[in-house]
Design a protein around this ligand. Structure first.
Ligand SMILES: NC(=O)c1ccc[n+]([C@@H]2O[C@H](COP(=O)([O-])OP(=O)(O)OC[C@H]3O[C@@H](n4cnc5c(N)ncnc54)[C@H](OP(=O)(O)O)[C@@H]3O)[C@@H](O)[C@H]2O)c1
Length: 216
């Protein structure tokens, strides 16, 4: 795996190892394509870390977010039964992405249904802590925002944090799914680079559907 070059991406030109690259999906604009690599590879690698998802019950927290909206689509495409949380205004969006059970994160009792084989935590904090109770014994909890809080670890549940790594081959597979129309890329808004600070302000509110993109 290639190391992730943190930071320094807000520019017109940069050097990248060729192994990290894949062709732009032809059905996407450059702005839409820019929304893909980090979020989609994170979702892809998080699901891969959990092993087979076909026929499994998968819960994705924040299924309308950048990583979440890719994760729900990849899991559906792989044959999982997918439950996802979002705010009420995003539940129809989750349905359009193919989510079997969209749940209003403010209202739903997440522990009411059957436990899940895999829970994907894209939120952290209290969401991570409450996720243990939603995984069946022998199941898996994958966290993204922060490491597994060992104080809450439940024996019999495999839990780990996944950190995304550049992977041109996987990105190519993702691009092929996008070009086949099997995966939708949601871009909430494209902002000019000079409004990068505003983009960060919007992002920090934690309500973005899909991705924000900066256009150079
Ligand atoms: N480990 C890695 O390699 C890696 C890679 C990429 C990202 N990350 C991390 O993964 C996290 C997710 O990234 P992202 O880009 O997907 O985030 P994001 O797009 O900014 O997430 C926004 C979404 O989060 C939902 N949300 C906000 N608060 C929530 C809560 N308390 N419970 C449930 N849903 C909530 C919102 O949904 P509603 O508006 O519908 O409520 C919104 O759609 C971030 O912490 C990011 O830093 C980690």
């Amino acid at each position: 795996m290639l190391p992730l070059p943190y930071g320094g991406a807000y520019q017109e030109l940069c050097t990248v190892p060729v192994a990290a690259l894949a062709p732009r999906p032809t059905r996407l604009t450059f702005e839409e394509a820019a929304a893909v690599p980090l979020a989609a590879l994170t979702a892809w690698q998080a699901l891969a870390a959990a092993g087979t998802v076909a026929g499994r019950r998968v819960l994705v927290h924040a299924g309308a977010g950048g990583v979440g909206h890719f994760a729900v689509q990849f899991a559906k495409h792989a044959g999982a039964h997918v439950t996802a949380t979002a705010s009420a205004r995003n539940l129809d969006f989750l349905r359009r992405l193919g989510v079997d059970e969209p749940l209003d994160r403010a209202e739903a009792d997440l522990s009411a249904g059957e436990p899940h084989d895999l829970v994907l935590d894209t939120v952290g904090g209290a969401v991570q802590r409450s996720s243990w109770a939603l995984v069946r014994p022998g199941g898996t909890l994958i966290t993204l925002p922060e490491p597994v809080d060992e104080a809450y670890r439940v024996p019999g549940i495999a839990a780990r944090r996944v950190i995304v790594a550049p992977d041109g081959a996987a990105l190519g597979e993702i691009g092929a799914l996008i070009d086949r129309g099997a995966v939708h890329v949601e871009v909430q808004e494209v902002l000019p680079l000079r409004e990068a600070a505003e983009a960060h302000r919007i992002s920090r509110q934690g309500r973005v559907r899909g991705k924000l993109v900066l256009s150079v």
